[in-house]
Design a binder for this molecule. Structure first.
Ligand code: ZN
Length: 423
């Protein structure tokens, strides 16, 4: 049963995204604002951009039109049902499948920089005027025409009690009996940075996440982990692309919730944390020049210290280096160490914009946790190991453990020293 569930989830894992364009420069929308990226002129070479427009890019800074990812963010959360899928029980129980867990997840991942406040001005099921079948919702369904009709109808139904201008993003928690089980097809979807969305109280509903069914893999962990589809979907409203591809989670594994959002908890990559404004400029080192430099990285899930070294390769790609340990939101790490991955700002969402390098290829990995891509679970480099890109004259050597804070002793908690050489 566990093996079957794992295969199923890898095939249908996580949800689709469907940004449908973004606001023109200077335009504004509900809760949109500059993402508070912290950087200095020294970071310039690391602020990679795609040469051509992609729907959702790993480029820095994130395009405008998405929801701000720092400070207080108010998440309007509506629970909806249909005549052919009437909500069962108290709508607030549906809300409680995701909160306060999602709020806590963002607080932990952001080191307290994102104060995510879910609000339910309508604490009961909001009945849509058409049946679920009539909206034609299916996996990969575009915004037109089904989702446009659904958003128009839910705005009309909620408007008497809701001032949409008071919120930064919309969560639509659909009654779980609408549509197929998530084991059969994942319907959950986000429309992000969508200026063409229907308007409510004068502003477009530009950043909206829809969650269907329950991501219950049968492994018994649903009560603890089932909410994680929502931080994934909300990652899109903050401008992050999908890191899984048509082949599943093999590009990034369990190293980011935009790659795998079933099973054990996982954090964002350091690159995403910088992109979201959760790292200070001093925590991000842009290794653009030639020579050898040593950095001491501290565990990414824990606040404080250096978190990310980035080696730009050209204007659109680079290598990212960070230290991952089992802490914070990272509960499935079975081999702590230095994770190295390539970021490409020109590759679109779902097409593999990030690729993790496996320090132990074809090892089978070190985890058997359900819904965790096993092969990449032992990807991190450990002291004494070196990543080489001979063609570009780059070596990244894990030189040893850091000196650590007083009392931390020698161990991964004290950080790892990483020696970067560019010829
Ligand atoms: Zn997604």
């Amino acid at each position: 049963m566990a093996a079957l569930a794992c295969v199923t989830a890898l095939t249908f894992t996580v949800s689709t995204s469907a940004g449908t364009g973004r606001l023109a420069p200077g335009a504004s929308t509900a809760g949109a604002g500059p993402i508070a990226l912290s950087h200095t002129s020294a970071h310039g070479p690391c602020m990679i951009r795609g040469a051509r427009e992609v729907q959702m890019s790993e480029g820095i800074p994130t395009s405008t039109g998405y929801t701000r990812s720092t400070g207080t963010v108010r998440a309007l959360t509506l629970m909806i049902d249909f005549s052919d899928a009437p909500g069962e029980g108290d709508a607030r129980d549906r809300f409680r499948e995701f909160f306060p867990q999602t709020r806590e997840w963002f607080r932990t991942s952001s080191y307290g920089r994102l104060d995510y406040r879910p609000e339910t001005p309508i604490p009961s099921w909001l009945r849509m005027p058409k049946s679920f079948r009539e909206y034609g919702i299916e996996r990969g369904a575009p915004f037109e025409p089904g989702y446009r009709a659904l958003v128009q109808d839910l705005v009309a139904a909620a408007d008497p009690k809701v001032d949409f201008r008071a919120y930064d993003l919309l969560n639509v928690l659909v009654t779980p009996n609408a549509g197929l089980s998530a084991l059969d097809t994942v319907l959950s979807v986000t429309f992000a940075g969508n200026p063409e969305a229907p308007r409510a109280d004068g502003i477009p509903v530009a950043n909206a996440s829809f969650v269907y069914s329950r991501q219950d893999d049968g492994s018994g962990s649903y009560d603890r982990t089932g909410y994680r589809v929502l931080p994934h979907e909300n990652g899109h409203v903050f401008g992050l692309p999908d890191l899984y591809t048509a082949d599943g989670g093999g590009a990034v594994g369990h190293w980011d919730i935009m790659s795998e959002d079933w099973g054990a908890n996982n954090d964002f990559l350091g690159w995403h944390k910088w992109k979201l404004g959760w790292l200070d400029a001093a925590q991000v080192h842009c290794a653009a020049s030639t020579g050898t430099t040593e950095y001491t990285l501290t565990p990414l899930p824990l606040a404080g210290g250096s978190k990310l070294v980035f080696l730009p390769l050209d204007g659109r790609t680079g290598y990212a280096v960070e230290l991952r340990t089992r802490a914070g939101n990272d509960e499935a790490v079975c081999r702590p160490g230095v994770l190295i991955y390539k970021v490409d700002a020109e590759v679109d969402t779902g097409m593999g914009p990030v690729t993790v390098y496996d320090s132990r290829r074809d090892s089978g990995g070190c985890t058997r946790a359900p819904n965790v891509h096993a092969e990449l679970s032992d990807a991190p480099f450990t002291p004494g190991e070196t990543f080489r890109d001979a063609g570009r004259g780059i070596t990244i050597e894990v030189a040893g453990v850091g000196t650590g804070a007083a009392g931390a002793g020698a161990g991964v908690e004290g950080g790892y020293r990483v020696r970067v050489t560019r010829e």
